[in-house]
Design a protein around this ligand. Structure first.
Ligand SMILES: C[S@@+](CC[C@H](N)C(=O)[O-])C[C@H]1O[C@@H](n2cnc3c(N)ncnc32)[C@H](O)[C@@H]1O
Length: 169
């Protein structure tokens, strides 16, 4: 592992106790993404499912609210930061979470995947486009990827709100 993911993980770990209190934007995006997933067809029932960069579980919890049918096959809570996973109720009460560096692709056990979701995590990876391509290629037939990622503001616009709850590295 290179120094960058360790720095990212360390920064999120140091702020883990405050994360949900400051992550209003992430909560709103997770809620909105989950709502958009309501009308998607059911993913393949027997293929693995995961929340990539799940953190404290905001997206997975929003999905359970909007798509209760997904509860029958819980999403693996995967993240590089154990301190955030320790604060994730789906990781502490459900199947064991996975501490994993997404810079190296997905764990073999997730391929082919029936459902991959991720909110505000891809931008922390060293080569987001490469990893996104890997995520897409890992999908089983009929599987789907639900993704939210912040983008830079157009030139001349003020700093984006998503920069606020992001810990300093
Ligand atoms: C802004 S938080 C988003 C967390 C959650 N998805 C949410 O919406 O609240 C970014 C997450 O990406 C995770 N992350 C960053 N780099 C990672 C990596 N290389 N591998 C796995 N997870 C990573 C962080 O630990 C953190 O939980």
């Amino acid at each position: 592992m290179t120094a960058f993911p360790l720095q990212v993980c360390g920064a999120f770990g140091r702020h883990a106790a405050d994360y949900e209190g400051q992550a209003g934007l992430q909560r709103g995006i997770a809620w909105r993404l989950a709502r958009l997933c309501r009308d998607l067809p059911a993913p393949p029932p027997d293929a693995p499912r995961a929340d990539l960069g799940a953190g404290s579980g905001l997206l997975s919890r929003a999905l359970l609210h909007h798509c209760p049918g997904l509860a029958s096959h819980p999403l693996l809570q995967l993240d590089l930061c154990p301190e955030l996973l320790a604060r994730n109720p789906l990781a502490t009460a459900g199947p064991a979470p996975l501490v994993w560096d997404l810079n190296g692709g997905l764990p073999a056990a997730l391929e082919p995947a029936g459902l991959l979701v991720s909110s505000f995590a891809l931008q922390w990876l060293e080569a987001p486009a490469r990893e996104l391509e890997r995520w897409g290629r890992a999908l089983a037939p009929g599987g789907w990827l639900a993704l939210a990622v912040p983008v830079p503001p157009p030139p001349g616009c003020p700093a984006p709100p998503w920069s606020c709850p992001t810990p300093t590295i």
